[in-house]
Design a binder for this molecule. Structure first.
Ligand code: HEM
Length: 195
């Protein structure tokens, strides 16, 4: 994993632990999928490279290397893999439960900010997967860019909140301070005064 220059905010990809972590996560997840009574029929015929592709896809969305879109597919191709699968809400819920449980098992970061971003993305993406899987076609242009995901509201709130002496680990505090430094320079560069 590349080291982050001091004072800059890590991407979700970096904070998660880099590509090896994403691959370990989805590999174990799809092993579990094959033992799950609700999900096994959905993924029975899945391609052998599916777990790796999903790891590379999510890593890229989280601002990691563009491996999925440059070597394996595109956002358009990913959407089309779901078409005609007629996924149900029951299957989606189990998919979410199992992938989050696997995130705990392999030790993805469990700080509130990372988990909020992770759950937000998985909820968004999995609900779109169900909608697309039941649609006859989707209007996404073939050259549509990959989506990207960031820290979102919790980190905005931390940046604005002066009282950061809550129960954070040293790593989290360091991370938060780095974000605050960035945020303060942004405010200064815009000529505003922080209240
Ligand atoms: C954030 C949510 C999701 C992401 C990022 C995602 C990602 C992907 C990607 C990247 C592929 C294409 C893999 C390839 O190129 O080989 C794919 C295919 C597929 N996905 Fe999803 N997916 C999501 C949610 C779901 C959910 C909730 C289900 C079912 C409950 C599902 C079922 C499938 C199936 C059945 C395929 C086709 C597998 C195959 O035929 O090889 N996906 N998904």
């Amino acid at each position: 994993m590349e080291t982050q220059p001091k004072g800059t905010v890590p991407t979700l990809y970096e904070w998660a632990g880099g590509m090896e972590k994403f691959e370990a996560w989805t590999t174990l997840f799809y092993q579990r999928v094959h033992q799950d009574s609700i999900l096994e029929p959905v993924f029975r015929g899945m391609a052998p490279e599916h777990a790796q592709h999903v790891a590379h896809f999510i890593a890229e969305v989280f601002r990691g290397p563009a491996r999925y879109s440059s070597e394996e597919g595109s956002h358009y191709a990913m959407i089309h893999k779901h078409l005609g699968k007629y996924l149900t809400e029951t299957q989606r819920k189990r998919w979410i439960d199992l992938i989050l449980d696997t995130a705990d098992t392999i030790g993805l970061p469990d700080d509130p900010e990372f988990r909020s971003a992770l759950v937000g993305y998985l909820e968004w993406g999995s609900r779109l997967a169900v909608i697309n899987s039941n649609a006859a076609s989707v209007s996404e242009p073939a050259d549509a860019p990959m989506p990207t995901w960031g820290w979102g509201k919790p980190v905005d709130l931390i940046c604005l909140n002066q009282a950061i002496s809550l129960q954070y680990t040293p790593a989290q505090l360091l991370h938060i301070r780095e974000i605050r430094t960035d945020h303060n320079s942004l405010i200064e560069s815009r000529g505003k005064v922080e209240s």
